[in-house]
Design a binder for this molecule. Structure first.
Ligand code: NAD
Length: 260
């Protein structure tokens, strides 16, 4: 379905982004993957994707806090593939803390990685997508783009912000064959969630098991974590021609959380 399409996915060496990379590659898309961390591990991930799915896979170590590196990533993808058809802004971090104790640099990093980086990538890919008259921009938001939880002020602000960016750019792109949507997952068991269990336990004064059952899964009527594959399947659908009339949406994939 996506053979011949070229996709850039930020934050795709782990968790949801890696799952989206696999799902798009399974449909034939070439990929530029991105992430921080150990270069040897990232190269192993890149090579494994290329070998498993038989598509071209490039890697960028661009830090989503650095606009120059973000621009260079987009230029490298454009030069490496000839064009960028699909952009998925997925890189994100979390930090759990009461607002009055939230360090200033954590606020800046969360807003920078989870929100501002999507502005830089979006701005850089639009001219090429307009020239082709086709494009898909997908932002990984969160149920926290639609509702709030305590102790996540920066994250909730960034995710509400990405929902606003999604709507605005969707309106601007509506007549150019470019759709812009966000996916709003509930709790998905990834390294990002695993890492916040201990901090949430501390902030709320409860055990780690209570965090999983009484905080995370309590919010989700299904009482199950969303899977990476379920989120990735929505991204694939949004890339399809069948989704051409869906734009400006923030689609919940959260086991009924925001229905309450
Ligand atoms: P993860 O920690 O498994 O993966 C995060 C990815 O982002 C990694 O590839 C990491 O290298 C990359 N990254 C982090 N900081 C970066 C930076 N400065 N520059 C470039 N890359 C960077 O996390 P995940 O759970 O897969 O989360 C991915 C996205 O999904 C995030 O935007 C997150 O907010 C969102 N999300 C996650 C959940 C969940 O429950 N896991 C729920 C809703 C939304």
């Amino acid at each position: 379905m996506l053979k011949g399409k070229n996709a850039v996915i930020t934050g795709s060496t782990s968790g949801i982004g890696l799952g989206m990379a696999k799902a798009l590659a399974a449909q034939g898309a070439n990929l530029m993957i991105n992430g921080l961390g150990d270069p040897a591990e990232n190269e192993a991930i890149r090579a494994a994707l290329a070998a498993e799915f038989g598509v071209k896979v490039l890697f960028s170590g661009a830090n989503m806090l650095k606009p120059d590196e973000i621009e260079a990533m987009i230029t490298d993808a454009q030069e490496g593939f000839g064009s960028i058809d699909i952009l998925i802004n997925n890189a994100g971090i979390q930090f759990v803390s009461p607002v009055e104790e939230l360090p200033r640099e954590k606020w800046d990093a969360i807003i920078g990685i989870n929100l501002t980086s999507a502005f830089h990538t979006t701005k850089a890919v639009i001219p090429g997508m307009k020239a082709k008259g086709w494009g898909r921009i997908i932002n990984t938001a969160s149920a926290h783009a639609l509702v709030a939880s305590p102790y996540k002020s920066a994250y909730v602000a960034a995710k509400h912000g990405i929902a606003g960016l999604t709507k605005t750019v969707a309106l601007e792109m509506a007549e150019f064959g470019i759709t812009v949507n966000a996916i709003a997952p509930g709790y998905v068991w990834t390294p990002l969630v695993e890492k916040q269990v201990a901090d949430t336990a501390k902030a709320r004064g409860i055990s780690e098991e209570e965090v999983k059952q009484d905080v995370m899964l309590k919010a989700q009527p299904t009482k199950q974590f969303v899977t990476i594959e379920q989120v990735a399947a929505v991204a694939v659908f949004l890339c399809s021609d069948g989704a051409a009339s869906i734009t400006g949406s923030t689609l919940p994939v959260e086991g009924g959380w925001v229905a309450q």
